[in-house]
Design a protein around this ligand. Sequence first.
Ligand SMILES: CC(C)(COP(=O)(O)OP(=O)(O)OC[C@H]1O[C@@H](n2cnc3c(N)ncnc32)[C@H](O)[C@@H]1OP(=O)(O)O)[C@@H](O)C(=O)NCCC(=O)NCCSC(=O)C[C@H](O)C(=O)O
Ligand SMILES: [Mg+2]
Length: 309
Amino acid sequence: MSEISPSRPARLRRSVLSVPAINRRALEKLSSLDCDAVIFDLEDSVSPEKKAEARENLRAFFAASPLPTKERIIRINALSSNFGADDLALVVELQPDAVLLPKVDEPQDVTSVSDRLAEADAPEDLRIWAMIETPRGILNAAAIAEAGRTAGSRLDCFVVGLNDLRKETGVLPQPGRTYVVPWLMQVILAVSAYGLEAIDSVFNDFKNAGEFEAECGQGVAMGFSGKMLIHPGQIETANRHFGPDEAAIAEAKAIISAFAEPDAATLNVVNLGGRMVERLHLVQAERLVHKARLIEQRFDAAATPRTDV
Ligand SMILES: CC(C)(COP(=O)(O)OP(=O)(O)OC[C@H]1O[C@@H](n2cnc3c(N)ncnc32)[C@H](O)[C@@H]1OP(=O)(O)O)[C@@H](O)C(=O)NCCC(=O)NCCSC(=O)C[C@H](O)C(=O)O
Ligand SMILES: [Mg+2]
């Protein structure tokens, strides 16, 4: 089997649940939830008066609950705000998997944090995620993604924030997201060009299961790796949509088998039951099977508690 493309990190990010760091009850629930990743929010879901308490909550939480099977991301306030410097210091102290930067407008918003993390000797595997949620962020998405290619850059993933984008532009929430789809696709093009991943925006109306199903299906079709979530009730749907289903896994395995045949060794195109399959489909198939394996491993890891944490 050829290698999984290094431009696509082999991580599961189907369900990325945001939790206000001020909400201790919600923090306590996390270990029982089946989301792939958690965003600990210090930004918009925490009032200015409660920022310090929220940081203390995270300190206590990280000491007590390592969440070994989940990717852990801390969303900080902008460095230009009164809270950004203390938030970033907390990130360096707690060493989550990533820091999420809000309202990224231009490449410099990312590179300045990269530089600060390097100055603070933060581990190299502490990544940067960027919220793309302002008109300038959308317009500059490709340039921001390109910043992920600069030496020492830790940029790894974009998260779209439609609430802020709607606030800034006046575009209304509508089923099908008609008027924001071009912006979403611009984000997908940017991450694809520079080997990053993108997480689709939150869906606020968390009791509306039907529309959420449709929006998850749309997010998958557009090329997002997963969805940012606000409520535990959204996790199962996101995992189902953004994880490969049995039929897709079977098809991917058939493509891998077809190219593994000795006769196919020098072929770039094969006939698979009346359908043309090219080697580029083999790469996609391997990626999909790899993702399915990661999901299986998560189940195994959840069943077997780690002893090294
Ligand atoms: C939206 C909520 C305020 C609703 O909370 P609540 O009223 O408590 O809902 P429920 O009673 O239905 O909750 C049931 C139980 O689930 C727990 N819970 C709720 N939400 C979470 C969560 N996010 N993580 C973990 N656990 C959660 C409740 O505590 C209940 O537990 P129990 O009492 O034991 O039964 C709330 O869901 C919420 O605050 N959600 C997250 C808000 C947030 O993170 N906002 C920031 C991200 S949104 C964003 O980034 C937008 C972006 O920037 C943009 O511009 O678009
Ligand atoms: Mg926002």
